[in-house]
Design a protein around this ligand. Structure first.
Ligand SMILES: CC(C)(COP(=O)(O)OP(=O)(O)OC[C@H]1O[C@@H](n2cnc3c(N)ncnc32)[C@H](O)[C@@H]1OP(=O)(O)O)[C@@H](O)C(=O)NCCC(=O)NCCS
Length: 193
């Protein structure tokens, strides 16, 4: 009898370990969008995409990868509800977004668009997906950190409806750069719909 109970417990733990990471990835229906003359596929990130995510990072961060393979893996396998998306153009990953919900906050962990695809509305589209995710999670706000010197990204966020919140001194370890935190109220977005 004791052995039976132990075996059952063991199989429950094993099941949990095997499904690790599948619990909290939110369902997202793959879709295509047309921007200008080009068609893009939007789908959830798979672990096999990480190599390409790193390539997008290297492209936009001057050869650096602020997010390593391990960082991506940790996020993709997280129990916190999350949505990681890639934008694919002709079988190549050209952009990605990461957003994770905790309490009443949906935090954008990462957003990047390969430099040759910037300025076409992909960043804006990805922010809309983050907003839909946040609303689906009943979050009250979207939040993000951005380098104080990254005026281009800040302009996009402001145009979308984000407002500045606070400055975090020396937030980025490698460069000691400050971060600006920005917030987007989902409650107000709800009201205006
Ligand atoms: C920030 C970033 C994600 C924005 O992505 P993007 O795809 O270029 O964003 P969008 O195209 O939606 O918007 C960028 C600008 O192009 C404009 N734009 C969008 N579609 C356009 C079109 N069809 N024609 C002309 N301009 C267009 C937007 O109005 C916006 O202008 P603005 O900056 O004056 O507001 C991208 O620049 C990037 O990856 N940067 C490097 C990584 C980074 O800084 N990430 C953010 C970390 S917090």
């Amino acid at each position: 009898m004791k052995i039976k109970i132990m075996l059952r417990k063991y199989s429950e733990v094993l099941k949990k370990l095997l499904s690790f990471g599948k619990y909290s990835s939110v369902t997202y229906k793959e879709r295509t969008i047309t921007l200008g003359e080009n068609e893009f596929l939007i789908r959830v990130v798979e672990e096999k995409d990480i190599k390409e995510l790193l390539a997008v990072e290297r492209d936009v961060y001057f050869g650096q990868v602020p997010w390593t393979r391990t960082a991506f893996l940790t996020e993709l396998r997280s129990f916190a509800p999350h949505l990681y998306l890639v934008v694919v153009y002709q079988s190549e990953v050209i952009a990605f977004l990461g957003v994770r919900a905790q309490n009443r906050d949906a935090h954008i962990t990462n957003i990047a668009v390969r430099s040759d695809f910037q300025g076409r509305g992909i960043g804006h589209f990805l922010l809309e997906q983050a907003r839909d995710f946040g609303e689906g999670q009943h979050a009250e706000q979207l939040s993000l950190e951005v380098r104080l010197g990254n005026k281009e990204a800040q302009r996009l966020y402001r145009r979308f409806g984000f407002v500045s919140d606070s400055i975090m001194k020396n937030y980025y370890n490698e460069t000691d750069e400050d971060a600006l935190t920005m917030l987007y109220s989902l409650k107000e977005a709800e009201k205006s719909q």
